[in-house]
Structure formats: structure tokens, C-alpha cells
Design a binder for this molecule. Structure first.
Ligand code: C5P
Length: 276
């Protein structure tokens, strides 16, 4: 049995530059990951798929999820005729800007690669990831990186400390396509070069205004997080609605989490830290 973690992805900054002919948006983004996320368990078997975890039921109705598509693409390329029993332990909220589905697909590819002896830096694995979704290559890499193009062209970046991070989701699913569509079309410039945290602090998430318009609760959420004592950066991730706050100190992060849980007990709240 292979057990593979599917860490949540954060966009520390996300600058949308322009809309392309193919309908996608050219962007610059600082990807990073936290130490918590979903989990994939996989072995050769008759071809079963099981969903567990607090958000498992939310995916159960969707027959063709990214995990099964990733498995099909891998089997076609590297292991013709083989079948697998897969369990997805779904701990991250669905459609929430922290790459849950992309992380699951990437973890499935990593698990299958380990099982079938395929190198993790095999270019065909990245080509499969790319075809599954814009964030899947970043999740396959699983490291802090600058993403350009649709987000699939990646340059790893060193030097981000393992800061305490609080992730909060207000329980409103947001459609990535709808948020990109509502972007105002104004290019506000590139991400700064230099140390990752400084570039993130100097940057922004251009999808925040359109996401806030579609889900006004994000305003309340970011407001609360930005006001927390000891916060370094509070921002929405991806197309939302999950927002994150980075802290210098784990005690401050726990206090902020407690404040959110008291004020909004129904919101999803994860105390974690950035991956090294
Ligand atoms: O690539 P993925 O399938 O995850 O993207 C979902 C949707 O998000 C796309 O259909 C597109 O509408 C939008 N998108 C975009 N520009 C990107 C990434 C995603 O417009 N760079």
C-alpha cells in the first residue's frame, strides 16, 4: 500500500496579466504548500475507489473526479492494463482555492509513479499533470515556486521559512472559471523579484476583487484575518474562497484561530505551517 500526502496549495501572490486567445489567463503566481492536506492510499487491485474524510461526501456524487482521471492517464502512459484500488481521504474543502482536486491528482500521480518505478521528474508525468489542470504541475512539484503561463511553467524558489499559517474557508464554494471571467482585465504588473516573502508582501491576489464580488463573505473573512495580532500577511488563495494568514509566531496563529472559531464556528479552520 502506497500512502501519499496531498498538501494544500497556497498562492502567496497571484497576478493576472492578460486573457489569452484560448480563454485561459496568463499569470504570475507564487506557489507554496502547507504540511496538511488530503491523503491518497493506493495499491494494485480490482479498480475500486473509496472516499473518506470530512469532505468525502461532497465529492461522492461526482463520478469523474481528478483522481480517477489522473489514474487513467498514468495507466495509459506507463502501466497498460493495470488496475488499482484507491482511497481518497478528503480533508480539504472542495472548490476552495487551495488546490484540493489538483493536489489529489498530483498525489495520485506520485503514488502511481512510486508503485510502478517511474521517476518523479519524468517529463511525461508533468505532461499528464499539465493536461489535468493548471495547478496540477505545481502540486506535482510540491515546492515553493514561481508559476507563469497558466501556472504550469515552474521555477523553484528557495528561502521561505516554515511560517505558521492559518487557513480559513467560509463554506462558500467558488467557481474558478467564474472568478477569472469576472476579472476586470487591468494588468497591474509583475511579481517583484527577490526574497519570496518580500515579493509576496509587495504583491497581491488579482482574483480577490472578483471573488469578493461573487462571495461577499470573503470581505469579512480577510478583514478578520488582517486584524489578527502578529499577522505578517493575510490574503485569499487562488480563486477563493479560502484565505490564509501567515504569522511569525505559532502562539499568535493559535490565538487568531481561536478568535475565528469563536466568532464563526461554522467556518473551516486549519492551523498548519508552510512546508520547508
Ligand atoms: O486549468 P483548470 O481546469 O484548473 O482551470 C479551470 C478554469 O479556470 C479554466 O477553465 C479557466 O476558465 C480558468 N483559468 C484561467 N486561467 C488560468 C487558469 C484557470 O482562466 N491560468
Amino acid at each position: 500500500m502506497i500512502v501519499e500526502r496531498a498538501p494544500a496549495k497556497l498562492n502567496l501572490a497571484l497576478h493576472v496579466r492578460h486573457r489569452r486567445q484560448d480563454g485561459y489567463h496568463e499569470l504570475e503566481t507564487l506557489f507554496t504548500f502547507v504540511t496538511d492536506g488530503d491523503e491518497i492510499r493506493l495499491e494494485e487491485g480490482a479498480g475500486s475507489f473509496r472516499l473518506t474524510g470530512p469532505f468525502g461526501a461532497r465529492l461522492a456524487g461526482e463520478g469523474d473526479n481528478l483522481v480517477l482521471r489522473a489514474e487513467r492517464a498514468f495507466v495509459n502512459a506507463f502501466a497498460p492494463g493495470r488496475t488499482h484500488d484507491i482511497t481518497l481521504d478528503k480533508r480539504l474543502p472542495v472548490a476552495s482555492g487551495i488546490g484540493g482536486g489538483s493536489a489529489d491528482a498530483a498525489a495520485t500521480l506520485r503514488a502511481l509513479a512510486r508503485l510502478h518505478g517511474v521517476a518523479l521528474d519524468e517529463p511525461r508525468l508533468f505532461a499528464i499533470a499539465d493536461a489535468l489542470g493548471s495547478d496540477v504541475p505545481a502540486c506535482l512539484l510540491g515546492k515553493t515556486a514561481l508559476g507563469t503561463g497558466r501556472g504550469e511553467q515552474l521555477v523553484p524558489l528557495a528561502g521561505l521559512p516554515p511560517l505558521p499559517a492559518l487557513l480559513v474557508n467560509p463554506g462558500v464554494p467558488v467557481s474558478t472559471a467564474a472568478v477569472f471571467k469576472a476579472w476586470d482585465g487591468v494588468d497591474r504588473g509583475p511579481i517583484a523579484t527577490g526574497p519570496v516573502l518580500e515579493a509576496a508582501l509587495a504583491g497581491r491576489n488579482d482574483l480577490e476583487p472578483p471573488a469578493r464580488a461573487l462571495a461577499p463573505v470573503i470581505d469579512t473573512l480577510i478583514g478578520q484575518m488582517a486584524a489578527a495580532p502578529g499577522v505578517l500577511l493575510a490574503r485569499m488563495s487562488g480563486s477563493g474562497a479560502t484565505c490564509f494568514a501567515l504569522f511569525e509566531d505559532a502562539g499568535r496563529m493559535r490565538e487568531a484561530a481561536q478568535a475565528v472559531r469563536t466568532a464563526q464556528p461554522e467556518w473551516w479552520c486549519l492551523e498548519t505551517e508552510l512546508t520547508r
